[in-house]
Ligand binder design. Structure first.
Ligand code: HEM
Length: 519
């Protein structure tokens, strides 16, 4: 479609259109005819009929009340009839794939003029490509699905699979062998935890916490037990189906009775007399992606103890939506198993040794959540820095108030400290094998996750205070703040509760105090 050729006007010409039947305004050198629109305006018609609006430049007033994206929506963009002659537009949205120029909106390694010991050219190219993909493909779907509560669109899973993004979200490893990652941008053997960190961080930028879990929460925790402990014939079937985005998997451990207390779980798996099948009975609760999963990696009580079994959606297995603080896009489910018959070959690892199967991915899961938790805090810093600069109160920008700047200082310091610690832990992961990671990083990752989620909650509260009523309103200027504040407790619960993880880190440290150490 050819774009509309816009006329050029002088400010004096625009000022002639100053009546209710012929009403133009200027926003950032763009001229809008709002004559007919004023009666449809969500903020009311009367505000357009004030003397300081009719035919005037309303840029400052507009940006005190609206997000820039309002003007980009097609139904509003077409109100533009021209531009101001000889003037350049001052306000621009970030280009798809581009970096924000707002201070602290990006980590230092992505900020102009700063350096990093960790990130190489390959990471930079990868980051730019993933951001573009997220901006163009994921963000619009995330916002639409958060609105209607449906699961992420299949077209997004297909697009992700084509670039092998689903496989890359499982981290570096043998499952990447032979795959063309992002059209060849990174070689499988090159792909490290910094690449994976970039992936988690970029995907978390969509301001839609439920969607982020919907797009891969289940597979990131449900598939590794299959990859690491499944029999070869099970792997050969299930792994390609999941990594191609055609089928979905989730991890089903927690129950209404016992939360994640493995000893208290009540779901049972009993062998049939011929020993060829398990018969599974019980329930599971808060299972991410459960409503639309085809495979369930399930923790069961068996004669020999806790055992993990891969169960396919089949007769006797039912899933129901649980409505939580975030959207149903995540597919959070209550699951019932009534005499579900499963081949014993679907046992993951050895019978009675399910705890190793389950523990094997805990650090990776928690670290992945740290990545998204770090970036979402930073996005809130960016929102607050912009808002306090463009919003005027008592004739001055909000950021002229010391009390506001003090909150911004705390928020920035939290975002920066979180990122630095995360990069350090990620660097350690890159240099350790699985065993070393388990021994040396379980505690630090537990403490890091605790630190990130506590800081996140403080930042959410500060942001609400800064945005005021808008911070608790689902639409308009503060909509991302409202969403963050409502959904931020998720990270402090999922993947291990905040206090428990902090305690894990301290207990590990206490265990490692040398016997001969004294004050
Ligand atoms: C092309 C011009 C304009 C468009 C397309 C537009 C569009 C909108 C939209 C979509 C909303 C709903 C809230 C949101 O999503 O942000 C809104 C709210 C509002 N608008 Fe406008 N608007 C325009 C110009 C103006 C101007 C010039 C003023 C003031 C002089 C104004 C005052 C308001 C107010 C007071 C609200 C309610 C804000 C709130 O609830 O916090 N609008 N406008």
């Amino acid at each position: 479609m050819a774009s509309k050729v816009l006329k050029e006007f002088t400010r004096e010409e625009v000022a002639q259109h100053k009546t209710a039947n012929n009403l133009w305004i200027i926003i950032d050198t763009k001229v809008y005819d709002v004559t007919r629109f004023k009666d449809l305006h969500p903020g009311g018609a009367s505000i357009f009929l004030e003397d300081d609006v009719l035919g005037k430049d309303v840029t400052e007033t507009f940006y005190g009340l609206h997000r820039h994206e309002v003007l980009l929506k097609p139904q509003y963009a077409r109100l533009q009839v021209g531009t101001i002659k000889g003037e350049q537009s001052q306000i621009n949205a970030r280009e798809p794939g581009g970096l924000s120029k707002v201070p602290y909106a990006e980590p230092t390694w992505l900020s102009e003029g700063y350096y990093s010991p960790y990130f190489k050219e390959s990471h930079r190219k990868y980051q730019a490509a993933v951001r573009k993909f997220v901006d163009e493909v994921v963000f619009p779907d995330a916002q639409a699905r958060e609105e209607d509560g449906k699961r992420p669109s299949q077209s997004v899973f297909d697009a992700m699979a084509q670039l092998e993004l689903i496989a890359m979200r499982m981290g570096p490893g043998k499952h990447l062998k032979g795959r063309t990652l992002f059209g060849g941008l990174v070689k499988p053997e090159e792909f490290d935890y910094f690449h994976e960190m970039i992936l988690h961080e970029e995907f978390a930028r969509v301001h839609a916490r439920g969607y982020v879990d919907g797009i891969g929460g289940g597979s990131c925790i449900g598939l590794p037990p299959v990859l690491n402990f499944g029999r070869p014939e099970i792997q050969a079937r299930v792994v390609p189906e999941v990594l191609s985005g055609k089928k979905f998997i989730c991890l089903a451990i927690s129950e209404a009775f016992a939360g994640s207390d493995v000893q208290g779980l009540r779901t049972t798996a009993k062998k049939t007399e011929d020993g060829k099948h398990w018969i599974v009975n019980g329930t599971k609760k808060w299972i991410t992606n459960g409503t639309f999963s085809d495979y369930f990696t399930v923790g069961c009580k068996t004669e020999k103890g806790f055992t993990v079994i891969l169960i396919e959606r089949s007769e006797g297995l039912e899933t129901k939506v649980i409505k939580t603080a975030y959207s149903t896009t995540a597919g959070t489910a209550y699951i019932t198993f009534d005499n579900v018959k499963v081949p014993v070959e679907n046992t993951l690892g050895k019978e009675g040794q399910g705890v190793y199967v389950m523990l094997s991915n805990f650090n990776h899961e928690r670290w992945g959540m740290c990545c998204s938790g770090a970036v979402t805090q930073r996005l809130i810093v960016e929102e607050c820095l912009k808002w306090t600069a463009q919003r005027k109160a008592f004739g001055k920008p909000l950021n002229s108030l010391a009390v506001i700047r003090s909150k911004l200082a705390d928020m920035i310091a939290r975002a920066e400290s979180v990122q630095s610690w995360l990069e350090n832990v990620t660097f350690q992961m890159n240099n350790m094998d699985y065993k070393q990671q388990s021994e040396l990083l379980a505690g630090p990752i537990g403490l890091l996750k605790m630190y990130i989620t506590r800081n996140a909650q403080d930042t959410a509260q500060d942001a609400v205070q800064i945005f005021g009523g808008r911070g608790i309103t689902k639409t308009g200027m503060g909509r991302f703040i409202e969403h963050y504040h409502r959904t931020v407790p998720y990270d402090s619960i999922l993947g291990g509760a905040e206090d428990v993880l902090g305690d894990l880190g301290v207990r590990q440290a206490i265990r490692n105090i040398p016997k001969n150490a004294r004050l």
